[in-house]
Design a protein around this ligand. Structure first.
Ligand SMILES: *Cc1c(COP(=O)(O)O)cnc(C)c1O
Length: 378
């Protein structure tokens, strides 16, 4: 099956009793057993639910993975994954990353004795230098948030494996429509399904897809033991969202290219970050690693003040000022005061995140309306 067909059919079957083409929302907490531990594959809904299973099979199919485990949020998925590590273990992560990931690493796991190094992963030598005997995982985000840098999943995965570490990719920004980390050698792909997979800004959900038995065993153990599981209604919403993943993302990417080119020519724009522009430092890598360049665009203003960034955002009428991304509606945000507010200013600036930086998540509206909206905000 090719990708667009998989978004509809991967791992799916018509429901047995009625022939329903979409899986029912199995709103139940428990399942009848014939005799103790003899049942139809489900015993208690923290551990498993048929609506969730249908979604897990679908996401596994899209990522080319054997299995997938779903969680109540993207950070819950990360939390479960990280619990396979122990005090004294070391993790290398991208320095330009989702603010909530940074907070989870430094404020939750560091106090429990797990060490983190935040490295510019576009420089493979810096990554190699950061490796220690206790390095157990590379945490890769690409394209990065919010600077849209692209890091080399294939090379990093080789380096990780040579050093006995896992290579895990947060694939939220690209979605499997544009990038499939397992095909590039990564051990697992993680999603905040809240974003492109669900795609309608109406649910919080997370998933990890992997073919690695050790990782999956830990995830299933965490599902059962720490229980940050999604409800069946949420799983249904993500399932429904994925059916249109390819058409939504394709349209958003086409618009993002036009918007990036408009911003690139604008006199009030200082730096523009979009992997599809030939001037982007990793444009060639993005062309190889991704099927297209994504629908996230960020830019800073010539007037590089917090105030200027915030003022620009307040001026848009179609772009909604909001955190998050990947929905059908276009969103605008100001990382320095919003998503990345929890990252200290010195660390933010060292990573190149300017005070005026504005991040756009391009939706599926008419692109001319979006460009007119930005134009009047300038
Ligand atoms: C939103 C996001 C997360 C966290 O996911 P939630 O569903 O909000 O918990 C993790 N990584 C990236 C890149 C994100 O954009």
């Amino acid at each position: 099956m090719r990708f667009n067909t998989k978004t509809i059919h991967a791992g799916q079957q018509n429901e047995e009793t009625s022939g329903a083409v979409m899986p029912p929302i199995f709103q139940t907490s428990t399942y009848a057993q014939e005799t103790p531990n003899v049942h139809k594959g489900y015993d208690y809904a923290r551990v498993g639910n048929p609506t969730r299973t249908a979604l897990e099979k679908l996401i596994a199919g899209l990522e080319g993975a054997d299995e997938c485990a779903c969680f109540a949020s993207g950070v819950a998925a990360m939390d479960a994954l990280l619990k396979m590590f122990r005090p004294g273990d070391h993790i290398i992560a991208t320095n330009d990353l989702y603010g909530g990931s940074y907070r989870l690493f430094t404020s939750v796991f560091e106090p429990y004795g797990i060490e983190f190094s935040f490295i510019d992963m576009t420089d493979l030598n810096k990554v190699k230098e950061a490796i220690k005997p206790n390095t157990k995982m590379f945490w890769i985000e690409t394209p990065t948030n919010p600077l849209l840098r692209v890091v080399d999943i294939k090379e990093l995965s080789k380096i990780a494996h040579k050093n006995g570490a896992f290579s895990i990719v947060d694939n939220t920004f690209a979605s499997p429509y544009l990038q499939r980390p397992l095909e590039l050698g990564a051990d697992a792909a993680l999603h905040s399904a809240t974003k492109y997979l669900a795609g309608h800004s109406d649910v919080i959900h997370g998933a990890v897809a992997t073919s690695n038995k050790e990782i999956m065993e830990n995830l299933r153990f965490q599902v059962k033991s720490t229980g940050a599981v999604p409800g069946p209604m949420d799983c249904y919403l993500v399932l429904r969202g994925i059916k249109t993943l390819s058409v939504r993302v394709q349209r958003a990417v086409e618009s993002a290219k036009k918007i990036a080119s408009y911003l690139n020519d604008h006199e009030l724009v200082d730096e523009i970050h979009y992997p599809g522009l030939p001037s982007h430092p990793q444009h060639n890598l993005a062309s190889e690693q991704m099927d297209d360049f994504g629908a996230m665009v960020s830019f800073s203003l010539k007037d590089n003040s917090m105030k200027a960034g915030i003022k620009f955002m307040a001026g848009t009428k179609i772009f909604t000022l909001a955190e998050s991304l990947g929905g059908v509606e276009s969103l605008i945000s100001h990382p320095a005061s919003m998503t990345h507010g929890s990252i200290p200013k010195e660390i933010r600036e060292k990573a190149g995140l300017k005070d005026s930086l504005i991040r756009l998540s391009i939706g599926i509206e008419d692109v001319d309306d979006l460009i007119e909206d930005l134009n009047q905000a300038f």
